[in-house]
Design a protein around this ligand. Structure first.
Ligand code: NAD
Length: 354
């Protein structure tokens, strides 16, 4: 199992170091893990003058999975757009053809007070949002700005999905639902948009291959409402790029703690890029204050989705639950009565729990 490690910028190196310790425990126990590091984002610009240089590209293409910290920072904000760290992120997603974005929103009972919603609404929440990442109105052609036949300025984008694009994300979502509670909700706006009527039709067709999974459909406006009204009704949600962009951010904030949220982006063969949902947090970078749990949980997702190591993934997730139950908290999730710890101390606690 070859893993490319891209610490990135800001808190990236600090949180990645903790995830690497977790991998090291598993390696010492006999898992055939090989890791190699390369820069991405600002760090890559500093080393190679590019946010996604050839060196990094080669390593990521050859790897079975990629673990990323975060990219970006004020030092790079004045660069020309193609050289900015965030471009490195877009480039790697495109280069590796990562079309399926998996964003879990899990609220550990110990952190129920971190949410802005009432604890009884969100405690125990465990939703997986599967978002199509490489199609839809974000990429559809034609797109542009111009002047119409009447001489008035106008702008337009095209919502577009091919059958194969919808089928492949459907299979990913059904596959995930099979491994969870076997409930899949497909989100669309089929009452208004042909593209999503088509999406719904294909979801129904693919469902015939997954008879154990209960498929339901929901309009996106209702889904947004239901996510804050009664989020625990959802197990797995699947949706297109633009709806997924919005709903996954909304769902992640139900948990209230950005330092806890992992993510995965997968290709056709389950090769994946795993990263925390947060950014490089320049305000706390280099101070050993960051919460490394989102990155450690991203590592658990890597074990599950790229390597099929369900037991090991569960073990890492259980170790995270254990440290929360023991009362360890980094600053972002701290509440009175708990023990405030540094990034490295939190990593060490997870290793001890493992
Ligand atoms: P951010 O997620 O970096 O930070 C937002 C707030 O959350 C900050 O107060 C930060 O201290 C806190 N925070 C984030 N992660 C934390 C953690 N693990 N532990 C404790 N606190 C944490 O978002 P931002 O401030 O909008 O962006 C900062 C930089 O990160 C920008 O350059 C942005 O472009 C970049 N960014 C990168 C990614 C990515 O690499 N995937 C995603 C979002 C933003």
């Amino acid at each position: 199992m070859k893993i490319a490690i891209l610490p990135g910028d800001g808190i990236g190196p600090e949180i990645i170091a903790q995830a690497q310790q977790v991998l090291e425990v598993l390696r010492q126990e006999g898992l055939a893990i090989e890791t190699e590091q390369a820069p991405l984002g600002g760090a890559a610009y500093d080393a190679f003058g590019q946010p996604y240089p050839e060196f990094t590209q080669k390593l990521c293409r050859e790897a079975d999975a990629v673990l990323l910290g975060a990219v970006g920072g004020p030092a790079y904000d004045q660069l020309e757009r193609p050289l900015r760290p965030e471009r490195g992120l877009l480039a790697i997603r495109k280069d590796l053809n990562l079309f399926a974005n998996l964003r879990p929103a899990i609220l550990y009972p110990e952190l129920a007070n971190a949410s802005t919603l009432k604890p009884e609404v969100v405690s125990g929440l465990d939703i997986m949002i599967v978002r199509e990442l490489t199609g839809d109105i974000y990429f559809g052609q034609p797109r542009g700005m111009g002047v119409n036949a009447q001489g008035e300025r106008e702008a337009y984008n095209t919502m577009r999905y091919s059958e194969s694009e919808v089928r492949r994300i459907a299979h990913v979502a059904f596959g995930i639902a099979l491994k969870r509670n076997k409930k899949l909700c497909s989100v669309d706006k089929a009452n208004v948009l042909e593209t999503t009527e088509f999406w719904k039709e294909i979801m129904n067709d693919v469902a015939k291959e997954y008879l154990q999974v209960e498929l339901s459909h929901m309009y996106v406006d209702n889904a947004a409402m239901q996510l804050v009204r009664y989020p625990k009704q959802f197990d797995v949600m699947v949706t297109g790029n633009i709806f997924g962009d919005i709903l996954s951010d909304q769902a992640s904030m139900l948990t209230g703690s950005i330092g806890m949220l992992p993510s995965a982006s997968l290709d056709q063969n389950n090769k994946g890029l795993y990263e925390p949902s947060h950014g490089s947090a320049p305000d706390i970078a280099g101070k050993d204050l960051a919460n490394p749990l989102a990155t450690i949980l991203s590592t658990a997702m890597m074990l599950r989705y790229s390597f099929g190591l369900e037991a090991e993934a569960l073990r890492v997730e259980k170790a995270v639950k254990t440290v929360l139950a023991q009362g360890y908290r980094t600053g972002d999730i701290y509440e009175a009565g708990c023990q405030k710890v540094s990034c490295s101390a939190m990593g060490a606690a997870v290793v001890a729990a493992l």
